[in-house]
Design a protein around this ligand. Structure first.
Ligand code: PLP
Length: 426
């Protein structure tokens, strides 16, 4: 469709939308929304309005029933198309335009990751859902959905459980994979689960929160719909809640999926906030920089700790580490999986890993000895975090410490860990 007055002030050297995907991720994070630049300000404005004036051009005043979507799924909403911010708003549209380019399929944003997962369930209405361990909050949401729908919940890793006496996982059902998985940061073969789902006519949905672009592109390996808690790496600064659903354009009737979910969201009321959308755009400018650094640092820390624990080094640093840690867990240590893992996580293995402590007491105390790691839940921010996981998740062992690596220099983080282990050991 022609959009002559979308943006009269757009500089003529703006990247044409059709050429956008030829640019690198780093460049798209900065420029994929240039087409929405309306004023001369380089940093996008924060629009806080909940309601928007209708046009005074009477020919353009269309009652809501006639308002057939006049834009591409995932494309920019024009300034004069906003009506009410539960439906669409300028910052939200800018965020979704950027995410659509970055994730590689039309995106919808939500008030939280959990709200996005809920929207996914409401949209797909599965009768059977296969799900593994992983983020405990999603299991809570699924139980709510089960209360309303009576759906069967089966074990992702036990195909024999996918079939009961008078039901089986099939057409339109949902195979939900979280990878890399919370809290361990270990990864699963996406293509394998895509094949299992598609053989039965089910959808493969992937919670890719732990490995945003450029680490992993689940669409390349058969995923139908991708979800993210945007609260984590997309936000990246520990200051915004947000959820994201992205639709693979190779899914049949992908546009129908998009518009149905768009309309559902109006009535779920789980729209992302204006402020959060604005923060999200700020965040995406540096997504590639942050995530690449965080993931590389995590890999170096994991390698260092793993070698201290398993190697023969009897130096004081290794001895201190060994007195506190029995093992570390991270996708980079899955040596037997590297044939598919290198393909599926070409950009790095993710910034989250787990330290298994020698005792629950050590796990509880280690965070208090660290200076650079905050003792807090969540992940994905520029600040390194460590969490004695028992504080927020009753389903994991009380010796588990989850680490989220920030953008600090990894050598400083290593020194902090060594110092803390020595302090705790003595
Ligand atoms: C945090 C998280 C969620 C939930 O996201 P919220 O934004 O907190 O609602 C879902 N899945 C994973 C893997 C997460 O880490």
């Amino acid at each position: 469709m022609n959009e002559p007055d979308l943006n009269p002030n757009l500089p003529s050297n703006t990247i044409p939308q059709e050429e956008l995907q030829d640019y690198s991720l780093a460049t798209r994070g900065v420029h994929a929304d240039d087409v929405m630049n309306t004023y001369s300000d380089v940093a996008p404005a924060l629009h806080v309005a909940t309601t928007f004036r209708y046009t005074d051009d009477l020919d353009k005043l269309k009652p809501i029933d006639d308002a057939a979507p006049s834009r591409q799924a995932g494309g920019p909403v024009q300034g004069d198309q906003h009506v009410y911010s539960r439906v669409s708003a300028p910052n939200m549209s800018r965020l979704e335009l950027l995410l659509t380019s970055i994730i590689g399929g039309p995106c919808l944003t939500y008030s939280s990751g959990i709200a996005a997962f809920h929207a996914l369930l409401v949209h797909l209405r599965p009768k059977v859902v296969a799900i593994g361990d992983g983020y405990h909050g999603c299991h809570g949401t699924l139980k709510l959905y089960q209360r309303l729908s009576g759906c069967e919940i089966v074990n992702l890793f036990d195909e024999a459980s996918w079939e009961g006496k008078d039901w089986k996982l099939g057409q339109g059902d949902m195979v939900h994979l979280e990878t890399p998985v919370n809290p361990y940061g270990t990864a699963f073969n996406i293509q394998h689960f895509a094949d299992l789902a598609h053989r039965r006519g089910a959808y493969l949905t992937v919670d890719a929160t732990f490995a945003p672009p450029p680490l992993q592109d689940p669409f390349q390996h058969g995923t139908d719909l991708v979800m993210h808690s945007g609260t984590k790496y997309i936000g990246g600064h520990s200051d915004m809640l947000c959820g994201i659903i992205a639709i693979n354009k190779t899914v049949s009737e992908w546009q129908k999926h998009y518009w149905e979910m768009f309309e559902d969201r109006i009535f779920l009321g789980s729209t992302v906030g204006n402020m959060e959308s604005w923060l999200g755009v700020r965040s995406l400018r540096t997504l590639e920089l942050r995530v690449t650094r965080q993931s590389a640092s995590a890999e170096k820390l994991v390698k260092f700790l793993h070698e201290c624990i398993t190697g023969g080094d009897q130096g004081p640093d290794a001895v201190a580490i060994k007195s506190i840690m029995t093992s570390v867990q991270h996708a980079s240590l899955q040596v037997n999986d590297m044939s598919w893992l290198r393909q599926q996580m070409p950009g790095g293995f993710g910034p989250v890993f787990v330290i298994n402590a020698t005792s629950a007491d050590k796990a509880k105390r280690l965070p208090s000895k660290l200076e650079l790691f905050h003792h807090a839940t969540s992940l994905g921010g520029v600040e390194s975090l460590i969490e004695w996981r028992s504080m927020s998740d009753a389903s994991v062992a009380d010796t588990v410490l989850r680490v989220s690596v920030g953008v600090e220099a990894w050598e400083d983080l290593r020194a902090d860990l060594i110092k803390a282990c020595k302090a705790l050991g003595s």
